[in-house]
Design a protein around this ligand. Sequence first.
Ligand code: PAF
Length: 282
Amino acid sequence: MLLFSSKKELIAHLATLKNTSTTVGLVPTMGALHKGHLSLIKKAISETKVVVVSIFVNPTQFDNQDDLKKYPDTLDADLASLKNVSEELIVFTPSAIELYSNNISSKEYDFDGLDKTMEGKYRSNHFLGVATVVEKLFSIVQPNKAYFGEKDFQQLLIIKKLIENTNMPIEIIGCPIVREPHGLAMSSRNERLPKDLRIKASFIYETLLAAKEIFGTKSATNVMNWVKNKFGKQPEFDLEYVKITDQETLNPIKRKQKNTKYRAFIAVYVDGVRLIDNIALN
Ligand code: PAF
């Protein structure tokens, strides 16, 4: 496994590997790796010849400095689990100065409103920070394909829009959510939950599954109200939002249309830990 913290050295190394038949896959991460990340990396290994995994806790995507401080730093464990997956991986662990030079700030983007709702509404400028760092990683690695998890479905749509807006020749691959045995979506934040609440938090996925069932016969508004009501009866859970939207535009549903895909999104605080999840409804 090769480790780079200098972008110049990574670019020089990739230049020695790239030729017309070499495909490069990129899996951007913020470390604290879990099975969800490893599934992205395995998919990248199955589809591309050279796989780069970046580990960088990006300061510009945190609106809450406390959240940034609490973000786990588990580099040694991360490198050990990467090595277990494949010794052939290239790992990029830049510092903030290396990536941003002296200007640690986000760029402005227009994502047709995709960044204004849900996570964008509750975490101000979050997606500008995500897009800024992902664009930097794309221009350094110049991958053929880049892999993102569907747990951050809104992020996935925004990265696709970034590619559309910039015309970078990169295929964005969305990968299914990986869940804990009880159903909770895998997230680095799950580690912060006490064991009993981590099991109880499967309530989030169970409610999404039930919402999907009900969506077959009820309106989006009815289903969202039903979910709010369910969470209202659970003192351990503090529901931040539940939204049912068009899966492509993230617009709210006026009336269900036959050929449109819908998705339910949720953000919930459990014991002060913010968890998100989503499910395809049709
Ligand atoms: O999904 C994440 O872990 C981050 O938002 C990403 C894509 C690595 C950018 O920092």
